[in-house]
Design a protein around this ligand. Structure first.
Ligand code: ZN
Ligand code: ZN
Length: 266
């Protein structure tokens, strides 16, 4: 049986990956990764994310500004991205959210632009890809206030406990697991992977960051999403094939994609 995987969160335009992206994407294909969501983190990077998605088969893009970049945003910046948002290859607004770990932008500035981008996603009727770090309660509160206007969302690189997972599941969001679910100390995260509904699980790499256990300390790339999928399959007592099929279907549903459109690219 062939395994078809989706990496729902990759950064293929960062300097760690861009120089050998052709080889990276060849290896992804060999590993069965047939869909990659190339995630924007800033104004210029969002333009690149779409340009790259146009260039290779099986790619889609998201556009948005990461909380690290919130402080540099000006009124009118989001409007300037409007032509990108109209492109059918752009499937979500993200990654957006709150990051109180590095705090590269002040909390209130992060919240302001997080809310603005949620509003924007609501107007576009696109789902949102959410980044949250050491800001779970604040992120949840903002999302609860915005939920009615959003078509849906993904908690990317989910790393919370079961109680936190339930709060985001209650919003109707998907939880996306990345490399950390394979780390020896990540028992609480594996508990989430075991207990949550199968039809809300996604897998991602967040490459070039956070490689699964065998590649820790190295650069991550989409091919490695298979190791994350294998770990999630194992804790649920499923085969890799079963978990891959479920997460493939979830990825299509989450991002509003049709399988035939992805496969005809190939
Ligand atoms: Zn992130
Ligand atoms: Zn990311």
């Amino acid at each position: 049986m062939t395994i078809r995987l989706a990496d729902t969160h990759a950064h293929l335009d960062l300097p760690e990956i861009a120089p050998d992206r052709d080889a990276v994407l060849d290896r992804a294909r060999t590993a069965g990764v047939e869909l990659i969501i190339n995630v924007g983190i800033g104004l210029e990077n969002s333009r690149q994310a779409l340009a790259t998605a146009r260039r290779y088969p099986g790619l889609r893009a998201t556009i948005g500004v990461h909380p690290h970049g919130a402080a540099a945003l000006k009124d009118g910046d989001l409007e300037a991205l409007a032509p990108l948002a109209a492109d059918p290859l752009v499937v979500a607004v993200g990654e957006i959210g709150l990051d109180f770990y590095r705090r590269r932008s002040p909390e209130e500035t992060q919240k302001r632009w997080f809310r603005k981008q949620l509003e924007w996603a609501g107007a576009l009727q696109k789902i949102v890809v959410i980044h949250t770090r050491e800001a779970t309660a604040a992120t949840l509160k903002v999302l609860q206030e915005a939920r009615a206007q959003l078509p849906g969302g993904v908690m990317h690189c989910f790393s919370g406990n079961w109680q936190e997972a339930q709060s985001f599941l209650d919003l109707g969001f998907y939880l996306s697991f990345a490399g950390p679910v394979t780390y020896p100390k990540a028992e609480a995260l594996r508990e989430v992977a075991r207990k949550m509904p199968l039809d809300r699980i996604l897998v991602e790499t967040d490459c070039p960051y956070l490689p699964p256990q065998p590649w820790r300390g190295k650069r991550n790339e989409p091919a490695y999403v298979a190791a994350t999928a294998r770990q999630v399959a194992e804790v649920r007592g499923l085969s890799l094939e079963e978990l891959a099929r479920a997460t493939w279907e979830n990825s299509l549903r989450a991002f509003g994609l049709k399988e035939q459109d992805i496969l005809k690219d190939m």
